[in-house]
Design a protein around this ligand. Structure first.
Ligand SMILES: NC(=O)CC[C@H](N)C(=O)O
Length: 262
């Protein structure tokens, strides 16, 4: 099984290292982890991680390099995990987008508030409960406890209505981790929320607003490797024979300098 990490911008190196460690912990001998920068490389992967970084930069670079449509196709069937900017990129709709709007992959039925917790200086860490049913098996193989460290960096959040149930039917969005706010937050136009989702899953798509790759805990990566494995089945391939990975990475088109903070 080959897991790609979108490596055009943001924290891809940390994901690669964590995925490899998770593969070892799960005794997933066939796991290969590769950097993905082109549509050709993407097409050679069974699953994909879209890291944190800056969602508008990421979208711009993908568009410039003809990666947006291939990403939409890939994410409609193959397992994908978006962290932070990756979660924003995967959302069907967002609040607080860049002036003039921003491009999205848009495959997951969530509304994400892009900088929900404020800007860079409002970044924070907190301890959250490990979501039971998802981690039962992983906790027996990978060291971890009842809680995990959640690192939020200029983080987004998934907006859910206050009466929305966590129990969902097949194919619907399942909120895996919910953060209750100390006080209700105003979203403008009279809308307030008292809790937000910071991890969710819909079929083969997983998203987290926080950054497990910046902690020593590899359980979220193990969860994704397991999710990809379940999706691949015993044959280890999602859609027939996945092609051989190109030996040398193809050159990217010129990438303009982009601001880190916008
Ligand atoms: N750490 C992150 O990935 C921050 C994401 C940022 N809020 C954005 O708009 O892309």
């Amino acid at each position: 099984m080959r897991v790609g990490v979108l490596a055009i911008q943001g924290g891809f190196a940390e994901h690669i290292s964590h995925l490899k460690k998770a593969g070892v912990a799960l005794a997933e001998k066939e796991l290969e982890v590769v950097e993905v920068r082109t549509a050709e490389e993407l097409d050679c992967c069974d699953a994909l991680v879209i890291p944190g970084g800056e969602s508008t930069c990421m979208a711009h670079i993908c568009k410039t390099n003809d990666l947006l449509e291939p990403l939409r196709d890939f994410c409609s069937t193959r397992p994908v995990w978006g962290t932070c900017a990756g979660m924003i990129f995967l959302a069907k709709s967002i609040q607080g987008s860049k002036e003039g709007g921003q491009l999205l992959i848009g495959n997951m039925d969530i509304t994400v508030n892009r900088n929900f917790f404020g800007n860079q200086v409002h970044s924070f860490e907190t301890s959250m409960a490990t979501p039971g049913s998802h981690f039962d098996e992983i906790n027996s193989k990978v060291h971890g406890g009842d809680t995990f460290r959640a690192v939020f960096i200029r983080a987004p959040a998934i907006i859910m209505s206050d009466n929305e149930e966590q129990e969902k039917g097949k194919g619907e969005v399942e909120y895996i981790s919910i953060l209750r706010l100390d006080e209700p937050a105003s979203l403008g136009e009279g809308q307030t929320v008292s809790r937000v989702a910071v991890a969710a899953k819909q079929n083969h798509i997983l998203v987290t607003a926080f950054h497990p790759e910046l902690t020593s805990d590899i359980r979220w990566h193990a969860l994704f490797v397991q999710m990809a494995r379940d999706h691949c089945g015993a044959g280890g391939k999602v859609q027939g024979a996945v092609k051989e990975f190109p030996k040398a990475p193809l050159p990217l088109a010129d990438i303009p300098d982009m601001p880190i903070l916008c």
